[in-house]
Design a binder for this molecule. Structure first.
Ligand SMILES: NC(=O)C1=CN([C@@H]2O[C@H](COP(=O)(O)OP(=O)(O)OC[C@H]3O[C@@H](n4cnc5c(N)ncnc54)[C@H](O)[C@@H]3O)[C@@H](O)[C@H]2O)[C@@H](O)CC1
Ligand SMILES: [K+]
Length: 545
């Protein structure tokens, strides 16, 4: 598989930091100095004219970064006010706290102090909690965070400039949820205009409420790459994660600014590029695969035709639409490039699947649950790569997961996922109280391991997981207009077309998700699902340019 950008859990990040410090080549204090320097540098880049800044420092090393930032901004001419805690932090944070104390006072970290009249600031640096958050904030800190959360709801046209160090405090960086708060967005999550995190993105920057609350995400290199590479082989579960991001960057949505100008490789995008350039092993249409899309009865044609059209557009050599014979007339609409074949029952499907040139199947969109239930056993028995979507997922919830195989891609939204994996959904719905909180990534991985299939769990934060533990996060919070009727049918068709062309299931799912969002991004608001397949040629053309 082509590699994308690695993301690290908080435990993995700690392991890398420990390895770096144990090597004797770098100290914790140096890392803290680099982290603080990166944040102060980003603040000065964004707001070159020194102003008034309040730095809120928590009890641990995140707070330590805050004291470094306070000192550096002070030396750069900013008027700095520091709010901190009366605790004994670790040696590194204690040292930078001492250094700050020689420059200025440390006022109490309380809501009253934060709100003191006449003390408003141009920028607030949130260095309260980072990767060390283990439980919901309490008392004074909870009320500060709640107060700052109230500064920036969705409809606030002026967001005070909160810059978060590593993450908005209270956010669990493994799950993207705020500990002690509901998983649904409210008005009280702390929303930063910019978050500067270190070395690699964490799952919480990309999942759940993270993308909205982090604001612009800057990943600062603090010199840990060497240990990341060596530790990668040793990371306990050995499972690399990858991340994709929108190609078109929009302000205040996740952006990865890499100080050393490394390019972030995008798993799905790289594969899409490869698809546009690859030399087919054969110029014959069968060299590009043959996808079979099982359709439903009368008046259910649209969904399957959307999927079939997407499979054609993504480059499957042939696509056959297979409704029951009685509904053939209803499925006669465009595109004319589609072939049609009536399939009434499992025996006819068995017959058809003796043709080895059919390289991928799609079942679910507009299929009807009864028909999906009747045809699924034949489809699964054929061991052919297949996308199971919509009605096929409901059917699967009835007949069980036992016959799934590695060539299957399940594409549930959260509701369908709940029918298939009720226990995982229940865990995903619980209020997160302790970190690391159970995440969408955990749920998708468990579902893939349990079912033996690739699971693509939809949403603006789509998670794609394979049974062997590999996982990909595809964040597309910038295209809310993709949530439109029929959009999922198109995604199923894109993945089917890519499977038909021979992509392995995890790659096909990741590339399909990437193309799907890229098509929506290229069209813009006002999109209906019919527009999506029509954008695919333009997306491919852009990739070739
Ligand atoms: N470890 C390192 O080498 C580096 C760490 N860095 C910074 O250090 C941060 C991690 O530091 P820490 O591990 O000290 O953790 P944090 O500073 O994120 O957490 C602070 C401390 O608060 C305690 N705590 C957790 N939840 C709490 C709650 N609800 N109420 C009260 N106390 C709570 C924890 O036990 C922890 O000791 C990173 O996010 C990053 O900002 C950077 O300086 C770069 C280098
Ligand atoms: K923070």
């Amino acid at each position: 598989m082509l590699t994308g950008t690695e993301i690290l859990t908080t435990a993995q990040m700690r392991a890398i930091e420990s390895a770096a410090m144990a090597s004797g080549e770098v100290t914790g204090l140096q890392l803290m100095e680099r982290a603080g320097t990166a944040v102060a540098g980003q603040i000065r880049l964004r707001w070159p004219k020194p102003g008034r800044v309040t730095v809120l420092c928590g009890p641990g090393n995140n707070g330590g970064d805050g004291y470094v930032i306070a000192r550096l901004l002070h030396h750069a001419g900013w008027q700095v006010r520091v709010l901190g805690m009366d605790n004994s932090p670790g040696a590194d944070a204690a040292e930078v706290k001492r250094q700050w104390a020689k420059i200025g006072p440390i006022l109490p970290l309380t809501e009253a102090e934060l709100r003191r009249r006449g003390e408003s600031s141009d920028v607030y640096v949130d260095a309260i909690f980072g990767t060390g958050l283990t439980r919901a904030p309490q008392e004074d800190i909870a009320s500060i965070l709640l107060h700052m959360g109230g500064w920036g709801g969705d409809w606030a046209y002026y967001r005070p400039r909160i810059v978060s160090v590593d993450c908005p405090s209270g956010l669990c960086l493994d799950s993207g949820f705020f500990l002690g708060q509901s998983r649904v967005a409210g008005d009280l999550e702390l929303r930063a205009v910019m978050t500067v995190a270190f070395d690699s993105p964490k799952p919480g920057h990309l999942l759940g409420l993270g993308p909205d609350c982090c604001g612009r995400l800057v990943i600062a290199d603090i010199g840990l790459a060497h240990w990341r590479v060596t530790q990668r082989r040793e990371i306990a579960d050995g499972k690399a994660l990858e991340v994709q991001r929108p190609a078109a960057l929009t302000a205040d949505w996740p952006i990865f600014d890499i100080p050393d100008n490394r390019r972030f490789a995008l798993a799905g995008k790289k594969q899409a590029e490869w698809l546009t350039k690859r030399h087919a092993t054969s110029d014959h249409k069968f060299g590009h695969g043959h996808a079979l899309v099982l359709a439903g009865g009368i008046a259910r044609g649209g969904a399957a035709r959307l999927a079939a059209r997407a499979a054609l557009r993504v480059g499957a050599g042939l696509v056959t639409l297979a409704p029951p014979r009685s509904a053939m007339i209803d499925h006669g609409g465009p595109p004319d490039a589609l072939m049609r074949r009536g399939i009434d029952d499992a025996a006819t499907l068995d017959d058809l699947l003796t043709d080895g040139r059919i390289t991928a199947l799609c079942i679910g969109p507009g299929c009807g649950i009864d028909r999906a239930t009747a045809l699924l056993p034949s489809l699964l028995k054929s061991k052919r790569p297949a996308v199971l979507d919509a009605d096929a997922l409901s059917a699967l919830a009835e007949i069980g997961l036992t016959d799934l195989h590695q060539g299957c891609v399940l594409t549930p939204h959260l509701g369908e996922f709940a029918r298939l994996f009720p226990d995982l959904t229940e865990r995903l719905g619980e209020k997160p109280r302790t970190g690391p909180a159970y995440s969408k990534l955990d749920a998708a991985r468990e579902a893939a391991a349990r079912s033996g299939a690739v699971v693509l769990l939809k949403g603006p934060d789509t998670v794609i997981a394979a049974p062997d533990g590999r996982a990909i996060i595809h964040s597309a919070f910038d295209v809310p207009w993709l949530a439109t009727a029929g959009s999922g049918d198109v995604l199923a068709g894109l993945i089917t077309g890519l499977l038909a062309r021979g992509l392995p299931p995890l790659d096909a799912a990741a590339t399909g998700a990437w193309l799907h969002a890229a098509a929506a991004r290229r069209f813009g608001p006002g999109l209906i699902a019919d527009d999506l397949p029509e954008q695919i040629p333009a997306v491919f053309r852009d990739l070739r340019a």
